[in-house]
Every structure is written in structure tokens, then in C-alpha cells.
Design a binder for this molecule. Structure first.
Ligand SMILES: Cc1ncc(COP(=O)(O)O)c(C=O)c1O
Length: 438
């Protein structure tokens, strides 16, 4: 099928949307030019657009859908809650139930506070680390995405023209208008570079509240983390009295206790979101009880870190998250690993069969396609040239024509409804699309 043309319902919606929404769509990554695709519905592993075209969903709302679209148990739990009311200025039992499930599953999480997004969770974790340590600064990984809080997005878009030296990367402000002072409060660590990590943390020691790390950062190329680097980050942060914040907003889908369970580490704080909301907006900060105490006040004494949030822990999200998480067992993660592994090895075979120097990285249900053969261990190695970025844009369109949705930068993510024939469909579509691209 051809990409939806100018007469399509998607093109018409885009035209209409542009009159009320800049670019006609509220999320940057959902924008595809000349017009994005608007979805009508999703079921299991597939979505249907407003023109009735069907696509295998190889993204799952940027990794937030893990069971499949319109999961019956989640739908039932939410429907029941809708008739009881959706948001209250008082607590609900559902909030405690989801918090208990997270505390039971993840050894490092002794207490949890809910919010509404991964951006808020990362911001909340940073503020908790600052409140606990009394220090202003964080260190984060070059190129890693953690949502849109000023400090957390530093060096997200670093380029060869501004990223500085490998051993001491320059903090690069992301959005226009970000206060220049933010760069003084963020140190940048290159992924998988232990000696640089050690010296950057040491250099900023007394000012450092936390090191923020995603152990499988998608924008860094979805590389595997070196054990020595991981150990260095934890040891050097703790040696200077800083906390380790693990961003598991995506990587929580890698195991029953997230990627921290797989890697056998216990961060001081963890930022969660995506799958724990069962398809609804969610975020959470979890961690050590003594650190999380910054949220607790006493009569007449306000907490060290006051935190609000009109819709934080709303019962619709909480029951959806619970209904989703309760269905996830060890066997679910084994199945996701198997699906991901079949995709990664199928793509690797296809690349060599076609004779292109492409590669795929990732683990579990996550994969990322790279239009080059350079090793991918850090942001600088994964960074695409203009031509490579263009090739990925073409790939996205050619895949849509072949019934697969994958975002423009090639991050793939499958849900538990993915069948073996869906895997074959995906691998065949990518192989066919690459032939068209190259
Ligand atoms: C690793 C990571 N952290 C944080 C976020 C921000 O989450 P949200 O989009 O829910 O604000 C994202 C979003 O994709 C993410 O990938």
C-alpha cells in the first residue's frame, strides 16, 4: 500500500489540526512529514488508522504498552472504575495496591510516590536527591533522553560541533531559551566510559546530588551496558556522597524487577512510568525509605520536598496499572525476550543477506535499527550523519507502506500479543523496505 495521500483521512485531519495545534499534532515524535498518521483503534499487536489501514505496532506508544492494545482485563478494571468516579482530592486503595506491588517486586523500592509522566518522575527523583543531599548538581549520560525537565534533557541533542571532548563532554542546553545556569548544574558522562565517569563524578563530588542513569538508553543507541561502567557509576557516586537515580521508564519492561533486577543493582531512587500505568498517563518515584522520607512532613512541619499533582495517583491510572502489572509474570518476560531475540537475529540475517552494513541493538522486547556498522557503545558512536538520519526517515515511510509502524529513529518495541507470524511480518517488511531505501 502507498503512504496515505493528500486525499486520505489522515491528511485531512492534519490539515484541520494545524489550525488549532502547531504542526497539527501534540507530540514531536508522532509527526511524520508531509502528514502524520492518525489512529482510529488498536487491538493486540496491531493498530488501524483513520483510513482503515492496519499496521503492526513496533513501537507500542514509545514502549508503554506491554500486554497489547485494548487488553481485556485492563479495559474491565478501567470501565468499572469509570462508573465509580475518575479523580478525587482524597486517596484511594488502588494507589496503595499498586505501590505494594512495586515494593514487593523491586528490592530497591521501599517507598513509592506516583505522578503523571516519566518526565515528572525523573524531575521528582532529581528534586528528592537534591533535598536529601542538600546539593544542587546532577550528572547524566550524554545523549540520554529522560523527558523534558531542563536539567534532564541537557546534551540530549549534542552534535559533533558542540559536544566537546570525549573525556569531558560539554553540557549542551537542549531547548532554546533554557537558562544558561542549567549547564552549571549538570555534568555529562559518556556512556560505557568508566575512567571518564570516575573523573567527572570525582571532579564535581561535593556539588553532586545524584548520577542519573538509564542502563539501556534508547537515544544513546540502545547499547548494552558494560559491567565495569555500571559498577564505576555506582561506586564513584556513592564515594562522593551522591545518590544513583536509575531511569527505568523504558527499561522496567526488561524484567519482573526491571533492568535493575537483571543487572543485580540497587539504585537509591528509581524513576518509573510507561508500563506501570497499563496504557494510562503515569509516573512514579521509588526508592530507599530514608531518601523518600523527604516527602513526609509532620504536623506543622512541611516536607523537605513538597509535591502535588492534581491527577497524581488517580484511580483510573492506578487500577489500569495494577490490572496490567498483575498479568506480568516471569514467563511474560521470557516470551518478550524470545520475541525480541527472534527479531534481532532475523534482522541481522536479513542485513547480511541483502548485503547492507546495518545492525540492530537492544535486549528483551526492545530493539533499535542502525543504518551503519560502527560499534554502538555510546551516543557519539550511535550519532547518525545527516544521510543516515535521512535513510531512517525513508525506512519509516517504506515500513508504513508495508504495514509496520516504527518511529523515525528506529526504536522498536513489541508487546506480548505479538505472534510468531507478526515477527516474520516485521522482519520481512524491514528487509523489503531496506532494499527500497538503499
Ligand atoms: C528513559 C525515559 N525517561 C523518561 C521519559 C519521559 O517519560 P514521559 O514521556 O512519560 O514524560 C522517557 C520517555 O520516552 C524515557 O524514554
Amino acid at each position: 500500500m502507498a503512504y496515505p495521500d493528500l486525499d486520505s483521512a489522515s491528511a485531512k485531519l492534519h490539515q484541520r489540526g494545524r489550525a488549532s495545534i502547531p504542526d497539527g499534532i501534540s507530540r514531536g515524535l508522532a509527526l511524520i512529514r508531509p502528514h502524520p498518521i492518525y489512529v482510529e483503534s488498536g487491538q493486540g499487536a496491531w493498530v488501524t488508522d483513520v483510513d482503515g489501514r492496519r499496521y503492526l505496532d513496533a513501537n507500542n506508544n514509545f514502549t508503554s504498552i506491554i500486554l497489547g492494545h485494548a487488553n481485556p482485563a485492563v479495559t474491565e478494571a478501567v470501565t468499572k472504575q469509570l462508573s465509580k468516579g475518575t479523580a478525587f482530592a482524597m486517596g484511594t486503595e488502588a494507589e496503595i495496591e499498586l505501590a505494594e506491588l512495586l515494593c514487593e517486586r523491586v528490592p530497591s523500592i521501599e517507598r513509592v510516590r506516583f505522578c503523571n509522566s516519566g518526565t515528572e518522575a525523573v524531575m521528582g527523583a532529581i528534586k528528592a536527591a537534591r533535598a536529601f543531599t542538600g546539593r544542587p548538581m546532577i550528572a547524566k549520560i550524554e545523549g540520554a533522553y529522560h523527558g523534558t525537565y531542563d536539567h534532564a534533557e541537557t546534551s540530549l541533542g549534542a552534535t559533533p560541533s558542540n559536544w566537546g571532548t570525549e573525556d569531558a563532554p560539554t553540557p549542551v542546553l537542549y531547548a532554546d531559551g533554557t537558562p544558561a545556569s542549567v549547564a552549571d548544574e549538570v555534568a555529562i558522562i559518556p556512556f560505557n566510559n568508566s575512567s571518564a565517569a570516575r573523573s567527572i563524578v570525582d571532579r564535581n563530588g561535593e556539588r553532586l546530588a545524584a548520577v542519573l542513569i538509564d542502563t539501556m538508553p534508547s537515544r544513546v543507541g540502545l547499547p548494552l551496558i558494560d559491567t565495569e561502567f555500571l559498577r564505576t557509576v555506582f561506586a564513584s557516586a556513592h564515594a562522593v556522597g551522591a545518590l544513583v537515580i536509575m531511569d527505568e521508564v523504558i527499561s522496567f519492561r526488561l524484567g519482573i524487577a526491571g533492568n535493575q533486577g537483571r543487572l543485580e543493582v540497587e539504585p537509591d531512587l528509581t524513576a518509573l512510568a510507561k508500563i506501570i500505568g497499563g496504557g494510562f498517563p503515569v509516573g512514579a518515584v521509588g526508592g530507599r525509605a530514608d531518601v523518600m522520607e523527604v516527602h513526609a512532613g509532620q504536623v506543622d512541619v512541611r516536607p523537605r520536598l513538597p509535591a502535588g499533582g492534581t491527577f497524581s495517583a488517580n484511580p483510573v491510572t492506578m487500577v489500569a496499572g495494577l490490572a496490567c502489572m498483575q498479568q506480568l509474570t516471569e514467563a511474560s518476560f521470557q516470551r518478550l525476550d524470545e520475541v525480541g531475540q527472534r527479531i534481532r537475529s532475523g534482522l541481522t540475517d536479513a542485513f547480511s543477506r541483502i548485503g547492507v552494513d546495518w545492525q540492530v541493538t537492544g535486549h528483551g522486547s526492545l530493539f533499535r535499527i542502525h543504518p551503519h556498522g560502527r560499534p554502538v557503545r555510546s551516543y557519539r558512536e550511535a550519532h547518525l550523519s545527516d544521510d543516515e538520519a535521512l535513510a531512517m526517515d525513508f525506512l519509516q515511510k517504506r515500513l508504513l507502506e508495508r504495514g509496520v509502524y516504527l518511529p523515525g529513529y528506529g526504536l522498536g518495541c513489541m508487546n506480548l500479543s505479538t505472534s510468531d507470524s507478526d515477527v516474520t511480518h516485521l522482519v520481512d517488511a524491514v528487509a523489503d523496505a531496506i532494499v527500497a531505501v538503499v
